[in-house]
Design a protein around this ligand. Structure first.
Ligand code: ADP
Ligand code: MG
Length: 707
């Protein structure tokens, strides 16, 4: 990547000055701020409030509304110090509106309690909630008014995200100092003037000042919800920075050479002919897209999206065969060992009859076996290498890697995805080095808008069709009280020769605790269903035992598999037609959809029972409803986006996106077309400007990606 220009000179002088240059900032304070990434004045300018408090006016106590934060002023009527369950202080306030409000404190010092005497005037800010005797505020911020006339604020009060070890007052002061050094509009603005003008949003300087110190008449509701034009101005620039950073990665990547593949399709044709099924039209189309890319002398960067069960693996296998047919190697990496192993078994069954050596590499492969695999990878004997993250480690040297396939890419970070690229063939110099083509696959369908932002560096193909003969999965939502009926249902299904999953979920627990819970469920089911062969898989088991249990299940030697969510991705056992998910209310939509995708893979009618623990929260109820209503991954993703927001949808590992500070892709999606347009323009016309914008917003995060 061209090391484009330095920051604009004025910014270097003002914005990039260290926070330590502000009055009263010692080394200790600097260090604390640096821990949170706050190093320069510019970092403080862009450290925006997470909310606002309106202390510009007083609300009559009688007009208070439950749940709506407000400021009141009143006279203390009564004070009570009590010790019900725990010490507490109750102070009743009344004002001219003849309303009464109770302030309640659980943590307080005697001195604090003593300031409240009947007759004292107090101004308090808080969120009133219904209490036993009308509205009350718990731990409001307040101040006791003296004789002097205390004026009201003329601006909304910003509330900043908390920083450990820095008091809110100090942080406010520092931001205030930094803002005093905010340069003029012309110096601050990075966008070319004509583009900035065309945005029809406030100028950057004005936007920052508005957000740090909104005037009393600012639209508080818009500010609180992130819809204020000042916020949109910043969100747009932030999204632009990410878009630019991804697209620059792509441009840089495509400058590398890659080997042209596809001169012979003999092996691919032989695999197709040997499959027990014909490709769907969608698989055919996507494979053709991949084949076109592979024929180019620069690396393919393609994402294949396809719902659970749409048949991505076979497309990957066909692509791998194009590489192998040309005398090169291919690698397929999966996020879990279970999934990688399953791919290994599938691909071996498909490719070994074609005399292709498929190798297996996971972290746990050690000793002599490892040495042998590494050698086969290095001397080219291994034509396709399947494995986990272990594939990316240093010391794994490919003989001639031409295609890197990453399955379930949302489970990997961008960084990990890029690491495989470096496994290409090193040449004497840049010109003779080659990077592998990249094919990434995901079963997490994401809405189009989000895809535009998240995968700006990739071309996207969609397998939008399921293989024929699948019967839709019936989804049933039940309370856990009906567990005994489910046990009977499993008994009946297995008596007919079908197989079932019982999925145990616990969120935010250690592997250990989850494993214990699964073990407990397993034992209970063994006791209740003595005639069934029951297996168990969880994350704490040895890989060999896990694999043995999975193989037994796949081969029909086990009727019921008790499992944790380790089976979430990719596991493929077509005869399994019943799935029970315990505590389904704890899982997100994407995860539920993935799990449910484990059934309905054969011709038998399948069912998925979502068992929940009452009472159900509002969001959990909506999730389960959604699951019952649709099996369309894209609709589920839309709903997920609505319920959870994009950060979670893509997983925190999507480093590029999780890093959004201001923008919210769900809320600000309508800005994306504009963002794309501007990005395209800048990349063509003004690379230095693009660089400055990326530096401001993405900074170090983009550095690793520079190719
Ligand atoms: P996913 O897209 O979820 O990774 P898989 O590649 O695991 O899906 O495929 C799911 C199942 O469908 C596998 O058993 C696979 O062999 C089968 N399959 C794939 N393509 C077809 C097809 N065109 N017709 C019938 N079955 C297919
Ligand atoms: Mg898959």
């Amino acid at each position: 990547m061209a090391r484009a220009g330095k920051p604009a000179p004025a910014l270097a002088a003002a914005g990039l000055a260290a926070i330590a240059t502000l009055p009263g900032v010692g080394p200790q304070m600097s260090a604390k701020l640096a821990e949170r990434g706050l190093e320069t004045l510019q970092d403080l300018w862009f450290w925006l409030p997470r909310g606002y408090e309106d202390r510009t006016r007083l609300t009559p106590i009688r007009a208070l509304q439950s749940g709506v934060a407000a400021q009141v002023e009143g006279t203390v009527q009564a004070v009570e110090r009590g010790f019900r369950y725990r010490p507490q202080l109750k102070v009743a306030l009344a004002d001219e509106s003849r309303g009464t409000l109770l302030m309640r404190f659980f943590h307080f010092r005697s001195q604090q309690a003593n300031q409240f005497q009947p007759g004292t005037r107090v101004r308090a800010f808080g969120t009133p909630r219904p209490g036993q005797l009308g509205l009350e505020m718990v731990h409001p911020s307040y101040r006791v008014l003296g004789d002097e006339d205390a004026g009201l604020n003329d601006r909304l009060d910003p509330v900043y995200p908390q920083l450990e070890g820095v008091t809110p007052a100090t942080l406010k002061r520092l931001i205030g100092e930094a803002l005093k050094r905010l340069p003029g509009e012309a110096e601050l603005e990075l966008l070319p003037a004509d583009i900035a003008r065309a945005l029809e949003l406030p100028a950057l300087r004005e936007a920052l000042l508005t957000l740090h110190r909104p005037p009393a008449d600012a639209d508080l509701e818009a500010l609180q919800s992130g819809h204020h034009p000042a916020q949109r101005r910043l969100a747009l620039e932030e999204m632009l920075a990410h878009q630019l950073s991804l697209r620059r990665q792509r441009i840089a990547m495509q400058k590398h050479a890659a080997v042209k593949l596809g001169a012979s399709v003999r092996l691919a044709e032989r695999l197709r002919a040997s499959l027990p099924f014909a490709l769907t039209a969608a698989q055919d189309r996507v494979f053709a897209e991949v084949r076109d890319d592979l024929a180019q002398p620069h690396p393919m960067l393609r994402l294949v999206q396809g719902d659970v069960g749409s048949g991505k693996t076979v497309v990957a296998a066909l692509a791998a065969l194009l590489a192998i047919d040309g005398g090169h190697q291919a690698a397929l990496m999966a996020p879990t060992e279970l999934l990688a192993e399953q791919h290994y078994n599938t691909l071996r069954a498909w490719l070994e009859p074609l005399d292709i050596h498929v190798a297996w590499l996971a972290g746990k492969v050690g000793g002599k076996a490892r040495a042998a695999v590494l050698q086969a990878i290095a001397n080219g004997e291994a034509r396709l290498v399947v494995g986990t993250h272990a594939l990316m480690q240093e010391g794994i040297v490919f003989h001639d890697l031409a295609l890197a396939i990453v399955d379930e890419q949302h489970r990997f970070g961008v960084q990990q995805r890029l690491a495989l690229r470096d496994k290409g063939r090193a040449g004497e110099d840049d010109a003779s080095s080659r990077v592998p083509h990249q094919l990434v696959m995901t079963a997490t369908p994401i809405p189009r808008t989000l895809a535009m932002a998240a995968y700006a560096d990739l071309d996207v193909s969609v397998i939008d069709e399921l293989p024929p003969g699948r019967t839709p999965v019936q989804t049933i939502v039940l309370t856990s009280e009906r567990r005994p009926e489910l046990v009977e249902r499993i008994r009946a299904a297995c008596a007919e020769g079908r197989q079932a999953y019982w999925v145990c979920t616990l969120i935010d627990e250690s592997d250990e605790v989850i494993a214990q819970a699964a073990q407990g469920t397993y034992e209970a089911l063994v006791a209740q269903l003595p005639e069934l062969r029951i297996g168990l898989v969880h994350g704490r088991m040895a890989a060999r035992d896990k694999q043995a249990a999975m193989l037994d299940f796949k081969a029909g030697r086990i009727d019921l598999l008790v499992a944790t969510t380790v089976i979430e991705v990719g596991v493929d056992v077509p005869n399994a037609s019943l799935m029970i998910i315990e505590n389904a209310e704890r899982l997100g939509l994407a995860q539920l959809h993935q799990l449910r995708g484990r059934v309905g893979r054969g011709a038998t009618a399948s069912a998925c029972v979502l068992m929940y623990q009452s009472p159900l929260g509002q969001i959990a109820r909506q999730r389960l409803e959604t699951m019952r209503e649709t099996s369309d991954g894209f609709r589920i993703a839309e709903k997920d986006l609505e319920l959870r927001g994009p950060g979670e949808l893509l997983g925190t590992r999507q480093t590029g996106l999780a890093a959004f500070r201001i923008a919210d892709l769900a809320r600000d999606a309508d800005l994306l077309p504009q963002v794309q347009r501007i990005a395209g323009h800048l990349l063509k016309e003004d690379a230095a400007c693009a660089e400055r914008i990326v530096q401001r917003w993405v900074g170090g995060a983009a550095r690793y990606a520079s190719a």
